[in-house]
Design a protein around this ligand. Structure first.
Ligand SMILES: [Zn+2]
Ligand SMILES: [Zn+2]
Length: 174
């Protein structure tokens, strides 16, 4: 018979049945692998049981905990990596535009809003409003890569927006 070809004979089938029957049989005695507590017959539910009821719960809880910890750690690393990438991308873009307004000018513009977002008219407070480039910097960056001319942003080319309006706007020219 060539290697890898397997035909089930009656003998094989009988053997499998025997193995399965053996598995479903409850052993008379079992010891908990964790606390070494000798299980009573009534506590045994399967021949593959490893722990007593109490320890089983604990083992399950620990397994869940480990899985959750790993999941959280992986996610944290992923989020951190994304933030790093975003920051680098933004820095690259900021090198390809020119901002000609001063901090003072920007603060004055912020104060004028009295903390209200000019777009959605909700109040956020001056400190929570973000700087929005009216012509998106992603487009300005694309223009620069095409033409080699850096776009100049004066104080008139930026406006305060709340974070949610700024995110909604994204790369769209408003
Ligand atoms: Zn136990
Ligand atoms: Zn808003």
């Amino acid at each position: 018979m060539p290697k890898g070809v397997y035909t089930r004979t009656e003998k094989h089938k009988r053997n499998i049945k025997k193995v399965l029957r053996g598995r479903s049989l409850k052993p008379k005695t079992l010891k908990c692998l964790k606390c070494n507590h000798k299980l009573k017959e009534i506590e045994i539910t399967s021949s593959r049981q490893k722990y007593c009821k109490k320890c089983k719960k604990e083992v399950r809880r620990n397994q869940k905990k480990i899985i959750l910890q790993k999941f959280r750690k992986d996610n944290k690393e992923k989020a951190g990596e994304q933030r790093r990438k975003d920051r680098m991308k933004r820095r690259a873009i900021e090198n390809n535009i020119i901002e000609t307004f001063t901090n003072k000018e920007w603060l004055e513009k912020l104060e004028k809003t009295k903390g209200f977002c000019p777009e959605c008219k909700k109040w956020f407070g001056v400190a929570r409003l973000t700087l929005d480039h009216i012509y998106p910097i992603s487009k300005a960056n694309a223009d620069f890569l095409k033409t080699g001319i850096k776009r100049v942003y004066t104080i008139k080319d930026v406006k305060p927006l709340c974070l949610s309006c700024n995110c909604k706007k994204g790369g769209n020219f408003a």
